[in-house]
Design a protein around this ligand. Structure first.
Ligand SMILES: O=C(O)C(=O)C[C@]1(C(=O)O)C=C[C@@H](O)C=C1
Length: 302
């Protein structure tokens, strides 16, 4: 049985994702995303489960920064959870004056709160479950939580299935130290982080390497490189698996273009969307082209 550190405390959306990604494993809640990644780096856990992006609020900065810095970790699986919130209140609160949650959660229920709890003060907590813990301690009146939180915290359910954007989703990663990669499934995602040079066209050149090979991007985020004002790292997710010739060829080109590129994993997509591959951009096209060059070099073909 593996030990999985996840962004807790108990009752977060990340716990729901960890249950899905590592059923039957030993789940270990930790207080921050950094702590989950550190637990794996220190060998206290075999893997970490953390959120990486939300369809309403965008990237989870702590995860992106945590993957670019310190010892490398590689994503081996992902989960995509619909994000519908449960609002929990103190059993003895006759009126809700304060409502706490993770900033991503508050942003996703802003309209619901305005309509249903007008005048309540919004308070930021480190996670949705940390907000439930604070409500239980009597620090706030209500918390916007994941549905799983009701299993852990005996609070009053004010509302369930709350979401301003009905199809909001968050994507979570299961991260391990570098090791054997998952097999390609035919519907995979590869992630890298690269620091492009600070000159005209540097980012366009990186993206062109992917575009020329017919590789579709699924995400592009920039994060500042701390201590270097105006310099950025680019997090690039694209369709395909590093084991495929077309993706290997693209990664080699990115490695040539920038010294500072880190591989963040190739794994099956949770939505199982297969890549669209244009004419001349399939794996067999890449293999045949390499074979042809080899034959030319041997003097067997012209
Ligand atoms: O606080 C939690 O429950 C989390 O798992 C974090 C998190 C996030 O980082 O976006 C996950 C899903 C929701 O979008 C709200 C919060």
């Amino acid at each position: 049985m593996s030990r999985i550190a996840y962004f807790g405390p108990r009752g977060t959306f990340t716990e729901q994702a960890a249950r899905e990604l590592a059923p039957g494993d030993d789940l270990m809640p930790v207080e921050t995303i950094w702590a989950a990644l550190a637990a794996v780096r220190k060998g206290e856990a075999d893997a970490a489960c953390v959120p990486v992006e939300n369809s309403v609020e965008g990237p989870v900065a702590a995860t992106l920064d945590g993957l670019a810095e310190e010892a490398p970790l590689v994503a081996v699986a992902e989960a995509l959870l619909p994000v519908h919130f449960t609002v929990l209140a103190r059993r003895d609160a006759d009126q809700v004056r304060t409502v706490a949650s993770h900033p991503h959660a508050l942003a996703q229920v802003r309209h619901w709160l305005e309509r249903n709890l007008p005048g309540a003060e919004h308070v930021v907590a480190s996670s949705t479950a940390a907000a439930a813990v604070a409500v239980q301690r009597g620090e706030y009146d209500a918390a916007v939580t994941a549905p799983v939180a009701v299993e852990h915290y005996p609070l009053r359910v004010l509302a369930a299935g709350v979401a301003d954007v009905p199809d909001a989703r968050t994507r979570f990663l299961l991260l391990r130290p570098p090791g054997p990669l998952p097999e390609p499934s035919g519907a995979d995602r590869t992630s890298i982080v690269a620091a492009a040079a600070n000159r005209t066209g540097a980012l366009a050149e990186l993206l062109t390497e992917l575009a020329m090979r017919g590789i579709n991007l699924t995400r592009l985020d920039a994060r500042p490189i701390k201590g270097n004002f105006g310099l950025y790292r680019f997090f690039i997710d694209f369709e395909g698996h590093v084991a495929e010739p077309r993706i290997g060829d693209a990664l080699a080109a990115l490695r040539r273009r920038c010294n500072n590129v880190r591989f963040l994993g190739s794994h099956r997509r949770a939505d199982e969307v297969a890549p669209t591959i244009g004419t001349g951009a399939g794996n067999e096209d890449f293999v045949k082209a390499v074979d042809w060059v080899a034959a030319v070099r041997r003097g067997e073909q012209a």
